[in-house]
Design a binder for this molecule. Structure first.
Ligand SMILES: *Cc1c(COP(=O)(O)O)cnc(C)c1O
Length: 397
């Protein structure tokens, strides 16, 4: 028998480890850009499961492709070849402009893989075990110990030390501070092309280009984390493509499978040739037939529905509407972002006050950093959805 929403919430809190302060709502189903709770209330979703559900909910082509794969085979292990892996890998490699991919089950695992690639690459050169990685303040790369070690957030790190060693931090968008951390031991620099959890900060072009030049000069690997900003969100398939900068390793997850848990680290030819070999890395689930069918279908549907073009086309309208809010309300002091990855800086009240009120008004928005209201909607939103979002948001102030 169906339970009430408070019964589901109580049961969840009774049995699930409390590592999340959840919004007081029990979601049941989704359609297009809307989610519905167990009482049938509709929510306009400008969070998309944290930048995951790019295609919108209940996309028929996507659902059908997954159902077909479920009926064929869900899992085989990586001891065998299968068609979805071959197809998904080709699409990821071509879309990123890289050379080889390794599929993981999550973003944090993609980061773990990228770190192992960097260490192996450096180890092959000099055989030593004391290489360093430079990461950025206010970055977010995940919760496993390696990814946490490169996450520039003392609050997340402190209770779990010692993390992996050899990590140094620099200031994002400050090339001099990166230079100051470089030694002969530096094997990689890792950063998000657009910082997400830290508060929606796009990299400045001079910064990213400067880092690429530094890496080239000293044979340091550039790892770009596009787990949140990749997959069309910023108006190009990957954000680095707007900078004319290529990474040596790129990490992808969130929208990669549009809801099926899957991530990837993708290597250029140099790193693919001089890093991980058979036996160096593995995963039982990673890149299984169901996950790869999802990835493959996502790329097909991005092309069929011209998702990236759509983001590019609608972005000016979204930015204009958000800029009007900044103009009109004292509680918003600035807008930052790229494409459908936008943040409004909130002053004078906690962001959670706005996100909670928005929920009551049928709008899902989330926070980033300590004072940023984050908008990461499905990539299929229209101008009409944006108008509805603005109306609901204004009502929530
Ligand atoms: C979400 C995120 C991660 C971690 O991904 P999980 O799938 O939650 O492990 C890493 N990097 C960035 C930039 C992210 O936004």
């Amino acid at each position: 028998m169906k339970k009430t929403s408070s019964e589901y919430m109580e049961q969840t809190e009774e049995y699930v480890l409390h590592t999340y302060n959840r919004f007081p709502v029990v979601m049941e189903k989704g359609e297009g850009v809307h989610l519905y709770d167990v009482d049938g209330k509709e929510y306009l979703d400008f969070a998309a499961g944290i930048a995951v559900f790019a295609l919108g909910y209940k996309n028929e082509d996507y659902n059908q492709a997954l159902k077909d794969q479920v009926d064929k085979v869900i899992h085989t292990s990586n001891l065998y070849y299968h068609a979805p892996l071959a197809e998904a890998a080709k699409k990821v490699v071509e879309a990123t402009g890289m050379s080889k991919v390794f599929f993981t089950n999550s973003g944090t695992e993609a980061i773990e893989g990228a770190i192992k690639v960097a260490r192996k690459y450096a180890w092959l050169k000099d055989g030593s075990n004391d290489h360093e990685i430079i990461a950025m303040q206010h970055s977010f790369h995940g919760r496993s110990l390696g990814a946490l070690a490169v996450t520039g957030n003392a609050h997340y790190q402190e209770p779990f030390k010692p993390l992996i060693g050899g990590i140094k931090f620099a200031q994002y968008n400050d090339l001099e501070s990166v230079k100051a951390q470089i030694t002969e031991k530096t094997c990689a620099i890792i950063l998000e092309t657009v910082q997400g959890e830290g508060g929606i900060y796009p990299a400045k072009a001079e910064f990213l280009k400067g880092i690429r030049a530094l890496c080239d000069e000293k044979d340091i690997l550039l790892i770009l984390d596009e787990i949140q900003c990749g997959m069309g969100r910023t108006g190009s398939m990957f954000a680095y493509q707007q900078y004319g900068v290529m990474p040596d390793v790129v990490t992808v997850a969130k929208a990669l499978g549009c809801g099926i848990p899957v991530g990837a680290f993708v290597l250029n030819e140099k790193t693919a040739k001089h890093s991980l070999v058979a036996g160096d890395h593995g995963t039982t689930y990673g890149g299984n037939p169901l996950a790869c069918a999802a990835v493959s279908t996502v790329f097909d549907l991005f092309e069929k529905n011209k998702i990236v073009e759509h983001v590019k086309e609608v972005t000016p309208y979204l930015e204009k509407k958000l800029d009007e809010l900044v103009e009109k309300y004292d509680c918003f002091t600035a807008r930052r972002g790229k494409g459908f990855m936008q943040g409004l800086v909130v002053a004078g009240r906690p962001v959670s006050e706005i996100t909670s009120k928005a929920l009551e008004n049928g709008l899902l928005v989330i926070s980033a950093g300590s004072d940023v209201l984050r908008l990461v909607p499905p990539l299929v939103i229209t101008e009409k959805d944006i108008d509805e979002m603005i109306e609901k948001l204004e009502k929530s102030l």
